[in-house]
Design a protein around this ligand. Structure first.
Ligand code: NIG
Ligand code: FE
Length: 416
């Protein structure tokens, strides 16, 4: 039957058990079951436990049965920060950066986000869907079963809506679940040059249509020097929140503006990047339960210093990890790269990094009740590794160790 599957005899089932974000020390608790099994019925996890106990008396009629001997079973990964719907590429800018130009210099002279905006405005919905589909297939091969995706490469009414509608269509046809975010305030488009407040007014005007059409669950903003100020971000957030959107922020990435503090003040679900987050901002995020979403692939690609992941966890924050897949600052959907960078350069343990990509990723998209762990009643989203332990992910550095991906109880990816 569809969505009925049993995976048994796994060397370990790493449940990452929990229904909310794990903060600080809790991030080390993985809830490992040795020689474990998972039973999924109708796409939902029905049982998880030791193979012997679970299967002794269980009638397997109507179930596909898979043997996972010498393999580890993990929850499907949640990539909680991406910009995967876009037109055009910026390989030339990457070379300029290697030659010494900064991301912000390129942006300030009309490249960067504006470059992708031009290409995305030109692309049809079909073209964007085709590109998005390929990127989703690649993410699936890395074990991602839920992804957050942002608009923000339109910066005009029609293209922002086009991006959000593409995500809605892709969500209906692709196994990966897509959580859409409205990032209308990603940069100032040429039409509004020198008129940032007017542009924020324009983005605010779009909010009711986004909400009524159920086109986004989150509202995000690029709060950064020379982009949007804390005051402009706050103004947008308060309007978005009043209409029922949840909040995310691109904050404290290049310059310490107080994005972390703003996230705590307005009750954002997550604050992302945070390379420059202050001690006070980190403390306030921990107290307010804001998920600190760290994007080490971006720091790596931009040759920036990494966010203070270790410090944040030691101060009681809930940390999530995500790829930030986008055509500019990090053109990578590689989960193993993010995992390894987090362990090697942000001093997360493999246990914390796994929590950050599962239950805390789920919390960063406000879905910790339904995904992100192998718990009874959650969606049957699993990853099976070709190795017996999650510890192989950072150790087999930069290489994909995912053998099989199960989404809602169906095998949706198998390595050849
Ligand atoms: O998350 N920082 C702002 N936004 C994206 C980059 C977008 C781009 O360069 O196209 C980010 O890194
Ligand atoms: Fe981003």
């Amino acid at each position: 039957m569809s969505g009925n599957i049993i995976v048994k005899n796994a060397a370990q089932v790493v449940t990452c058990t929990g229904f909310k974000a794990k903060q600080g020390k809790e991030m080390s608790d993985l809830g490992i079951i040795e020689n474990g099994a998972v039973i999924i019925e109708g796409g939902i996890i029905k049982e998880v436990g030791a193979s012997r106990d679970l299967l002794e008396t269980f009638d397997t009629t109507g179930f596909t049965v898979m043997d996972a001997a010498n393999k580890a079973i993990l929850p499907g990964f949640v990539d909680s920060h991406t910009h995967f719907v876009f037109g055009g590429y910026r390989a030339d800018e990457f070379s300029w950066r290697l030659a010494g130009e900064s991301y912000m210099d390129i942006m300030n002279r009309g490249g960067g986000i504006a470059n992708t905006v031009r290409a995305t405005r030109k692309a049809s919905g079909e073209e964007l869907s085709g590109l998005g589909l390929k990127r989703l297939d690649s993410m699936l091969s890395f074990g991602v079963t839920t992804v957050e995706g942002k608009s923000g490469y339109g910066l005009d009414h029609d293209t922002e809506i086009k991006q959000l509608e593409v995500m809605k269509r892709l969500d209906a046809v692709h196994p990966i679940d897509i959580v859409p975010t409205f990032l209308g305030a990603h940069a100032v488009p040429p039409e509004f040059k020198g008129k940032k407040d007017e542009f924020i007014d324009f983005v605010i005007q779009m909010l009711p249509e986004v909400v009524d059409g159920k086109l986004a669950e989150f509202c995000d903003v690029f709060c950064e020097e020379n982009v949007f100020t804390v005051a402009q971000s706050r103004r947008l957030f308060l309007e978005a929140k009043a209409l029922g959107l949840k909040l995310k922020i691109h904050g404290d990435e290049m310059v310490r503006l107080g994005g972390a503090e703003l996230a705590a003040e307005v009750g954002a679900v997550s604050a992302d990047h945070l390379l420059q987050a202050s001690d006070r901002g980190i403390k306030e995020m921990a107290a307010a339960g804001v998920v600190a979403t760290l994007l080490p692939g971006t720091a790596f690609s931009l040759k920036e210093d990494y966010a203070r992941g270790r410090y944040m966890i030691d101060r009681g924050c809930a940390v999530a990890l995500a790829t930030d897949l986008n055509p500019g600052s990090c053109f990578s959907e590689s989960i193993p790269l993010v995992f390894a960078l987090a362990c090697l350069y942000m001093d997360l343990t493999p246990e914390e990094a796994l929590t950050a990509l599962t239950i805390n990723g789920a919390a960063a998209v406000d879905r910790a009740q339904t995904i992100g762990s192998i718990d009874k009643g959650k969606l049957g989203d699993l990853v099976i590794l070709e190795f017996p332990s999650y510890r192989f992910i950072p150790y087999h550095v930069g290489v994909n160790t995912v053998e099989t991906v199960i989404k809602k109880g169906k095998v949706v990816f198998t390595k050849n």
